[in-house]
Design a protein around this ligand. Structure first.
Ligand code: SF4
Ligand code: SF4
Ligand code: SF4
Ligand code: FES
Length: 897
């Protein structure tokens, strides 16, 4: 119906005036009358309307009187026009709305006591509000419950046919998995085709259902809404940083709900650009690990071959004795630490402070090293900005989006919804370049499946096509003529024809996409795993910055080069200084002024200016015996890294391995000390999401067993080692960070930042760019014709989600290799048949599984699972500038076993 939002960056709708209950109200011409009424603070009852999607107009509740009309009008579907005179209250309207409630209730079961929505049901509220007590003609539908879906049950006896579920799925999520179907004489909601629901399982349909017609299998019959404690917090699965409610009863997590719900339908449509308040399948159904049976409950200390349960005090005494003796004997350089970017900012800050000021070592790293560091380092180097410049609103309102090397609906599903809104509402042109057939490609205006590993060449093609077609921004390039000349020279030997052959993207496509990108007023580049987690990641980000520069998109509002963070706090890990090259605030570790400031604040000398070891180097030094003690918080290198990195040998060489984690991980099983840590649900703190927004993590329940928050354990350890840390809570740590990094906590708003390339283009660029456009060719040969890609699935996140039974139920490890059905057929294989997968690193046997999202010539195995150990077939290459190890793509042969 095109009602939303009438005003956008391209169209400024006229401001009109109309009268509502005797008051003159200004509004934008053409918006929903319901929205205008809501904006005055009046709440007109509504059951089928929600501000996030277009009105449907079925429930008959939002009635108002419009002067000049005899009958009441439905305000949700009516458009505001100049001069309208509207009345929203009166006996006539009350009776008309009451009639609508009676109509719905006359075919609705009165099973409130056993309904999950009891106490949280709009129909129930409306019946109370309108005094509906008597239903002489009530009849029941007696429709059997549809329990075929793995996460949701559909009870169509309770459905009021408002279509909110169908509309949110079709309109907002663009998944379109539901439909009405006439069955047994009633209009019922069913999965498209009346089969078991197979969709992205985000549960947004459940969230907006105003009655108990869609129920959550995970929490059915377990609660009444008023029995639960509801804690607003930030999701711990990905960098989108969605806000969610953890609902708990005593020590049990019962369910997760979202700000999106029928209860918050009175929003401003223009605000949907900042997010619609939904969450994804991981956020909604991946909570069971929090209070799961496998949580570590007590500290464990190695005695011989065994890990033996000990009390905290004894454990800490033993640990401090070992640490102190080791430091005395071998020096601080023999100590290193790794921490997960699933920890809070306060914990990450404390970790680097502990490593540097207490243990005296600068050998420290976080999981941001697995890829995000390529983006941070390149962006900081070129434009002085160690994070993304654009927020969700910029992304939503973009007119051109270049999505390169990203399966965004799988890794960052809610950022993906922003792109969907950009397509649907703001009519953005979206070009996707990925080696998989992604969901976003199905919606994009310019989708391209590229040959695996050629993301860098695609960028070469785009830069080349921009210059060839003279699409350059005169102002941006004229400011730095030498740099521009150097870029042109660097590209001189590159031919679009050749790139087209190498990448599989037609030459014309490079021309079209570069023109769209250059000519759009708001153009955004979004790169992810296919760039930052792959070989040449650092250089490829720099090339994207070149593209943005020459098209005038650097530093321009609503434009920029961005990335996605897979873990919730990768940005925070870098900002808090958990990297040998950075102090907090991304100050260079060897910057004398910064060193002095932190040394003073911490009342301690910093480790000497020498290159500290990053993740790969730490593991190397563990293996060589230089590093003898490793403190690992929430990381699991043994399960993550390929065998060729010899992590096991490195860990076995250690004199002291401490693993702090909510679970006993593969790495933990090799440890001398295992310290039980809390999950995010049991602690306070903040995460910094991919937009740079600092978001609150709030404690929803008491710690499980004897587990403690990571900050608490680190504080105890520092004090036991002779420091005087006085942190009683995460707030105390936050207060310290606030003093050292003023403005970092920004009350939930991304800090506005602008890219500025001038210094870089004027100094050093000319020399650097000369070697940038020489991509090594991919190492495909006749013997290894298939690209083996390891990557993320929508339902999972790292290894953490595999601890959540609900997510495992939805997507278990099949242990099979996913291949395009065409390839399976071409090799004469059958679904499930065993093959031998051969790489330069070895071979293993596993079954095959057809998967239409896998492009021909490619095969895929989810990175979350190690059974069979496909990761050990991967080769590792380490970025020479950033030390980022890439090991998600290799070339393999496939033979029938
Ligand atoms: S769970 Fe999400 S994707 Fe599935 S039907 Fe509901 S709204 Fe659509
Ligand atoms: S299932 Fe719920 S949201 Fe969907 S049409 Fe029925 S009442 Fe409305
Ligand atoms: S996993 Fe990411 S997209 Fe999903 S709810 Fe959590 S933060 Fe949001
Ligand atoms: S809210 Fe307008 S008809 Fe339902």
């Amino acid at each position: 119906m095109g009602l939303k939002p009438a005003t956008n960056p391209d169209v400024e709708s006229a401001t009109i005036e109309l009268s509502i209950d005797g008051k003159t109200v200004a509004a934008k011409d053409g918006v929903s009358l319901y929205d205008v009424i809501s904006s005055t603070g009046k709440i007109v009852p509504a059951m089928c309307y929600h501000y996030t999607f277009d009105p449907f107009g079925s429930c008959g509740m939002c009635l108002v009187m419009q002067e000049g009309k005899k009958a009441p009008v439905r305000s949700c579907t009516a458009k505001a026009t100049a001069g309208m005179i509207i009345r929203t209250e009166g006996e006539d309207l009350f009776l008309a709305r009451k009639k609508a409630v009676e109509k719905h209730l006359s075919v609705h079961p009165l099973d409130c006591p056993v309904c999950d929505a009891d106490g949280h049901c709009e129909l129930q509220d409306m019946a109370f509000q309108h005094g509906v007590t008597n239903l002489p003609n009530a009849k029941q539908k007696f429709i059997p419950e549809d329990t075929r879906s793995l996460v949701l049950d559909f009870n169509m006896n309770r459905c009021i046919a408002c279509a909110e579920c169908i509309n949110v799925c079709k309109d907002v999520l663009m998944i379109d998995a539901l439909q009405f179907m006439k069955k047994g004489g009633f209009n019922q909601v069913v999965a498209k085709g009346d089969v078991p629901l197979s969709c992205e399982f985000c549960g947004d349909c459940l969230a907006v259902c105003p009655v108990g017609a869609i129920t959550n299998k995970f929490s059915k019959y377990l609660y009444k809404p008023w029995q639960m404690k509801k804690t607003t917090t930030t999701c711990n699965y990905c960098g989108d940083g969605c806000q969610m409610y953890l609902e708990t009863k005593d020590a049990e997590v019962i369910r997760v709900t979202s700000p999106l719900s029928w209860k918050n339908k009175w929003g401003d449509r223009a605000d949907t650009a900042k997010g619609h308040g939904g969450i994804c399948v991981r956020g909604r159904f991946g909570f069971e690990y929090i209070d799961g049976k496998d949580r570590l409950q007590h500290p464990l200390v190695r005695e011989g071959n065994q890990l033996v349960q000990k009390p905290w005090l004894e454990t800490m005494h033993l640990l401090v004795d070992r640490f102190t003796a080791l430091k005395r004997k071998h020096g601080a350089d023999a100590i290193a630490g790794l921490i997960t970017a699933r920890c809070t900012n306060e914990e990450l800050y404390l970790f680097q402070k502990l490593m540097r000021s207490v243990l005296g070592s600068n050998h420290l790293d976080s999981s941001a090293r697995y890829g995000h560091m390529n983006f941070v380092r390149a962006s900081k180097h070129a434009v002085g900005l160690g994070r993304t410049p654009n927020d969700w609103e910029d992304l939503t309102k973009a007119k051109a989006v270049l999505l390169i090397g990203s399966n965004i609906t799988e890794t960052n599903p809610l950022t993906a919804v922003r792109i969907k809104e950009a397509i649907r509402v703001y009519k953005a042109q979206v070009a996707t370049f990925d080696a998989a057939i992604t969901n976003m490609a199905k919606l994009a205006s310019h989708p391209f499946v590229i040959r695996p590993g050629t993301e860098g060449l695609v960028i070469d093609g785009l830069v080349k096509a921009t210059i060839e077609q003279d699409l350059v921004d005169e102002e941006a390039t004229a400011k730095h003529p030498q740099a521009f000349q150097a870029l042109k020279s660097a590209l001189a030997g590159i031919s679009l024809d050749q790139i087209a052959v190498q990448t599989g993207v037609p030459k014309e496509a490079f021309r079209d996409v570069s023109a769209i990108f250059a000519e759009a007023p708001r153009s955004i580049i979004l790169c992810a795993e296919g760039i930052v987690r792959r070989q040449n990641g650092y250089q490829n980000v720099l090339k994207l910055i070149d593209l943005a520069w020459i098209t005038g998109k650097l530093g321009k509002p609503g434009c920029g080069v961005n990335t996605l963070t897979e873990e919730p706090n990768e940005q925070g890990a870098v900002d808090m200084g958990v990297a040998p090259e950075y102090l907090p605030g991304q100050a260079a570790f060897n910057d004398p002024a910064a060193r002095e400031r932190f040394a003073k604040a911490w009342d301690s000398a910093l480790p000497a200016v020498s290159p500290g070891a990053h993740l790969v180097e730490i593991l190397k030094r563990c293996k060589s015996g230089q590093i003898k003690a490793l403190y690992v918080i929430g990381e699991n290198p043994l399960a993550t890294l390929p065998a060729s990195m010899e992590v096991r040998a490195a860990l076995e060489k250690l004199e002291l391995l401490i693993v702090q984690d909510p679970f006993l991980t593969e790495t933990g099983r090799h440890a001398h000390f295992v310290l039980p840590a809390c999950t995010y649900a049991e602690k306070e703190g903040t995460f910094t999401n991919l937009e740079g927004r600092v978001l609150r993590v709030r404690q929803a329940m008491d710690p499980v067993g004897d587990s403690l928050p990571d900050w608490h354990i680190m504080t105890a350890l520092a004090n036991a080692m002779g420091s005087h840390w006085d942190y009683q809570s995460a707030n105390d740590i936050q207060a310290e960070i606030m003093k050292l990094l003023p403005g970092y906590y920004n009350l939930g708003q991304p800090r506005k930042v602008a890219a500025s390339p001038d210094a870089y283009l004027a100094n050093g660029y000319v020399a650097e760019v000369a070697g940038r456009y020489r991509n090594p060719s991919t190492s495909q040969d006749g013997k290894r014709p298939f690209a083996l890609v390891m990557g993320q699935l929508l339902v999972h996140s790292g290894k953490l989600s595999t601890q959540a039974p609900g997510l495992i139920k939805l997507t278990p490890n099949t242990g099979r290799l996913r291949m395009n059905p065409q390839d399976i057929e071409r090799l004469g294989l059958k679904d499930g048949e065993k093959v031998r997968l051969i790489s330069d690193r070895g071979s293993l046997q596993l079954g095959v599984q057809p998967d239409l999202s896998v492009a021909p010539g490619t095969c895929f195995f989810p990175e979350h699972f190690n059974e069979p150990p496909v990761k050990d077939l991967m080769t590792v290459s380490v970025d020479p500038t950033t030390g980022v190890p890439s090991f998600k793509l290799t070339w393999v042969g496939i033979e029938r076993a």
